[in-house]
Design a protein around this ligand. Structure first.
Ligand SMILES: Nc1ncnc2c1ncn2[C@@H]1O[C@H](COP(=O)(O)OP(=O)(O)OP(=O)(O)O)[C@@H](O)[C@H]1O
Ligand SMILES: [Mg+2]
Length: 148
């Protein structure tokens, strides 16, 4: 995950929305942590399961790490001002399916599947922004699939 996180961090634009799909313990937080720590090695990255969103400001970048597992209502997200985060930085969303109807569409999706001790990560682009990241990632994997 660390090397994929580093590869992703190197090619992500400053504004992008990424949805991370995968069952409990698939490695969504682990991948987000790897991306954020590629920007700032010593940055602590906690799972925002209870806070819903954890904002980071690293150099000129704004990064918003969402976990909607305990998502209750759109009002709750409005209350914490989360709606304004989309389009304003790198938004990484765990459990996006729980926010269906509220969330804007994603540029890029990561689907993480558990394979014993390793993880298969499949990338899917939904917009030109996501497609540009996929094109850049070809140097890492030509198949849109990574194993970590
Ligand atoms: N190759 C691997 N990549 C990532 N995690 C791995 C790998 N092998 C084992 N693990 C373990 O799998 C777990 C992944 O946990 P993580 O919190 O990242 O999952 P998650 O998808 O965010 O789960 P949740 O839905 O609960 O938020 C960790 O305990 C990690 O040590
Ligand atoms: Mg998690």
């Amino acid at each position: 995950m660390r090397s994929l996180g580093r590869a992703m961090a190197a090619i992500l634009p400053d504004v992008i929305t990424i949805f991370l799909y995968g069952e409990l313990g698939a490695g969504k937080t682990t991948l987000v942590r790897a991306i954020i720590q590629s920007f700032a090695k010593k940055q602590t990255v906690r799972s925002p399961t209870f806070t819903i969103v954890e904002p980071y400001e690293i150099d000129h970048r704004r990064i918003y790490h969402f976990d909607l597992y305990r998502f209750v209502s759109a009002e709750e997200l409005d209350f914490i001002g989360a709606r304004e985060y989309f389009g304003a930085g790198i938004c990484l969303v765990e459990w996006p399916e729980k926010g269906a109807g509220f969330l804007p569409p994603s540029d890029l999706d990561f689907q993480i599947t558990i394979k014993d001790d390793t993880r298969l990560i499949h990338l899917r682009a939904n917009t030109r922004v996501g497609e540009a990241v996929l094109l850049s990632s070809r140097g890492v994997s030509a198949t849109r699939q990574f194993r970590c």
